[in-house]
Ligand binder design. Structure first.
Ligand SMILES: [Zn+2]
Length: 348
C-alpha cells in the first residue's frame, strides 16, 4: 500500500512513450498501449503484510537455452497475423510441443475493421492439488497491418511463447502441490488496423475472458500473469498501473529473492494489453512487459524486432521470476487478497 501511495504522490516524468503519435519516432500502435512513462518510487521487497514471504515447494528454473530454441523455431514459421499461413503453422507447432499435455482450443471468428478474421487461443492445463488456477499468458500473433513487411516479432510474441513452452517443460509430469497452472497462448492481441483503439486489439483475450466468465472459470483464477516482450537483451520490466498492486509486489519479491530486482519496476506506465479483459472481471492481474525495446523503443513493431536483440539471460530472469511467483502464490493460497474493484480503475 505504501508503495502505491508513494507512486501516486511522487511521480517523476522521465520521458514519454505514447502509442498514438505523441512522439514522432514512437510506433503508431504498440502491442500494449502505453501511457506516459514515469519513474517508479523505489519498490519494496516485501509482500503485503498479510502474505507469507517464504515460497512453497521446490525451486524451479526454466531452461533458457531451450526457451531461445523455441523462440527461434517460432520465428522460423514466418509472420503469424490472423488469417495467415503462419497462424496455422504456429497452432500446429504448439499442438506438437504440447502433445503430452491437456490442451484445449478456443477457435472463433473475430469481427475486425478489415472484416472477419479467424483466430484461435490455445490453453494447456496442468492440474494442481489446491482449488484455484494461476494463468500464465502470452500472445502468439504478429500485426496484421505489418503483413507486407518482414516483421516476425521475435521479442513481441515469440519470446514469451517460448517462455511459456519452457515453463510447460517444468510443469509436465510433476504432481503440482499447489494451484493448477494454465498456460494461455492468446491470438489477436495486436491491433488489426495500425492504430490501437477501441476494440481493435486483444481479440483473443477478450474472447477467452468472456468464455471463462460464462463457464464459471473466472472466480477460480487466483492470479493472471501476462508475459510480453521479455526477451529484450536490455531487460527492464515496467510497473503497470493497470495491474493489481499486491500481485506486482509479489512479483517484485520473487525477483528480489532471486537477485533480479534491478530488472523490475524502475519505470511505471499504464499498459493496455491482454490482462485488461480479465482485470475488468475482477481477476488479480500483472502485466510483465518491457515496453522500451531498443533505444526509444525503436525496435518495437519494426522489422528490427529480430532474434539478435534477445538474450537467454533475459529469458532466464523472466521465466524464473514467474516460477518463483507461482511458489509465493501457493505459499499464500489461503489468504490471497482479492483484486481491487475492477471497473473503477481499469480502462474499458
Ligand atoms: Zn506488439
Amino acid at each position: 500500500m505504501l508503495t502505491a501511495l508513494m507512486r501516486s504522490f511522487f511521480p517523476v516524468i522521465l520521458l514519454f512513450l505514447c502509442a498514438t503519435g505523441c512522439r514522432q519516432n514512437a510506433p503508431a500502435s504498440t502491442s500494449a498501449n502505453a501511457a506516459p512513462v514515469q519513474q517508479s518510487a523505489p519498490p519494496q521487497a516485501s509482500a503485503p503484510s498479510q502474505l507469507t514471504t517464504e515460497p512453497q515447494g521446490p525451486a524451479w528454473h526454466i531452461d533458457a537455452n531451450r526457451t531461445m530454441q523455441y523462440t527461434k523455431e517460432m520465428v522460423a514459421l514466418g509472420p503469424r497475423f490472423p488469417g495467415s499461413k503462419g497462424q496455422e503453422k504456429v497452432a500446429a507447432w504448439l499442438r506438437g510441443k504440447l502433445s503430452k499435455d491437456h490442451l484445449e482450443e478456443d477457435a472463433f471468428v473475430a469481427d475486425t475493421p478489415v472484416g472477419k478474421l479467424p483466430m484461435r487461443n490455445l490453453v494447456a492445463k496442468f492440474p494442481g492439488s489446491k482449488d484455484g488456477i494461476i494463468v500464465l499468458a502470452s500472445h502468439i500473433d504478429t500485426n496484421y497491418h505489418l503483413r507486407n513487411t518482414t516483421f516476425i516479432g521475435a521479442n513481441d510474441g515469440a519470446s514469451t511463447t517460448g517462455l511459456l513452452l519452457a515453463i510447460a517443460d517444468q510443469l509436465r509430469g510433476k504432481k503440482l502441490e499447489g494451484f493448477s497452472v494454465w498456460l494461455a497462448f492468446l491470438d489477436g492481441e495486436e491491433a488489426v488496423e495500425k492504430e490501437w483503439r477501441n476494440e481493435n486489439n486483444t481479440y483473443g483475450s477478450r474472447h477467452l475472458a468472456a468464455k471463462w466468465q460464462q463457464d464459471g472459470t473466472i472466480p477460480k483464477i487466483k492470479a493472471f500473469l501476462l508475459a510480453d516482450m521479455l526477451g529484450d537483451a536490455d531487460l527492464g520490466i515496467f510497473r503497470d498501473s493497470n495491474s493489481t498492486a499486491w500481485l506486482e509486489d509479489l512479483v517484485y519479491m520473487a525477483a528480489t529473492r532471486l537477485g533480479y530486482q534491478s530488472h523490475f519496476f524502475e519505470n511505471q506506465t499504464g499498459v493496455e494489453d491482454d490482462h485488461l479483459p480479465f482485470a475488468r472481471l475482477g481477476v488479480p492481474v500483472a502485466d510483465l512487459i518491457d515496453i522500451d525495446y531498443g533505444y526509444n523503443n525503436a525496435y518495437h513493431h519494426t522489422t528490427e524486432d529480430t532474434l539478435d536483440k534477445l538474450s537467454t539471460k533475459s529469458l532466464q530472469i523472466s521465466g524464473d521470476v514467474i516460477l518463483e511467483t507461482i511458489r509465493l502464490l501457493n505459499a499464500n493460497a489461503d489468504h490471497l487478497p482479492a483484486a481491487p474493484p475492477p471497473a473503477a480503475r481499469v480502462p474499458s
